[in-house]
Design a protein around this ligand. Structure first.
Ligand code: ZN
Length: 261
């Protein structure tokens, strides 16, 4: 009775050898890592069972480094919702994207993955990436986009022109809010990978909040935001957003499209 067991064992050995070969450098092109949808790494952030630390990789073109208030605020917001006992840090890289013309979502995805320091899921660390490229999005009224489970871009050339009259809100205010907003999409807000029991998704703007006190309000990533919100912009999640995130974290709210399970 031992012979069949040995055969099975040898076959397993052979298969695992083949698999590790596929995951080598050459294999990455043959079996590309799944990029997922915005919200595909929500549980990876909210919970600490797989990833105990998190790095925000900022890839900016020369002259496009974000305000430190933006990245400080982002870390503060993430720390308030994600369980990362080993901490959340920010890693800045200066990158030349060498991109001509406007950016499409696919451009952001392609150039983003070329520039990533590592896989979004590396050991026990979760990596989310923010691009700050030169130039504008295809639709130049768009200030930021979330293109997959780990990649967002902010378009500073458009943000620079989205401040309000007399600088209220200022360019810095707009950048602060747009950054938290786009990363809010990576957290699955609003209804990207779940169905909220609270009616706070805007009917005309799917994936966005109908509350102009939430950073997930639909107008936040739009160049004419200063026409919709006078004075100070929201830069935090509201009670409904936080209730959704708490329900996803503790499992009481079902979630779909997760990359890690
Ligand atoms: Zn949005």
């Amino acid at each position: 009775m031992k012979r069949p067991n040995i055969a099975v064992f040898l076959i397993l050995m052979f298969m695992s050898g083949t698999l590790s070969g596929c995951l080598g450098e050459d294999g990455l092109d043959l079996i590309p890592e799944k990029k997922g949808i915005p919200g595909g790494l929500t549980l990876a952030c909210l919970r600490s069972s797989m990833y105990t630390s998190m790095v925000i990789e900022i890839d900016h073109e020369p002259g496009y480094r974000p305000f430190s208030s933006s990245t400080d605020l982002l870390v503060e917001r993430l720390e308030s919702v994600c369980d990362k006992p080993s901490g959340i840090s920010v890693d800045f890289n200066e990158v030349n994207f060498d991109h001509d013309g406007s950016w499409s979502a696919q451009d952001v995805r392609d150039k983003g993955w070329d520039a990533k320091d590592t896989s979004p899921r590396d050991g026990t660390t979760l990596y989310w990436q923010i691009l700050f490229p030169a130039g504008t999005y295809d639709t130049d009224s768009v200030l930021g986009v979330a293109v997959d489970a780990s990649t967002v871009a902010l378009f500073s050339d458009s943000i620079d022109e989205a401040d309000g009259p007399f600088g209220r809100p200022s360019v810095e205010d707009v950048e602060n809010s747009v950054l938290v907003h786009e990363v809010g999409h990576l957290l699955g807000l609003v209804n990207l990978v779940y169905e909220s029991p609270i009616d706070h998704e805007d009917d005309e703007h799917p994936g966005h909040s109908n509350n102009d006190d939430s950073v997930m309000y639909w107008a936040i990533e739009s160049a004419d935001v200063a026409n919709f919100i006078f004075g100070s912009l929201p830069s935090d999640f509201d009670d409904a957003d936080r209730s959704d995130l708490a329900g996803l974290a503790d499992g009481s709210l079902p979630i779909r499209d997760q990359l890690w399970s």
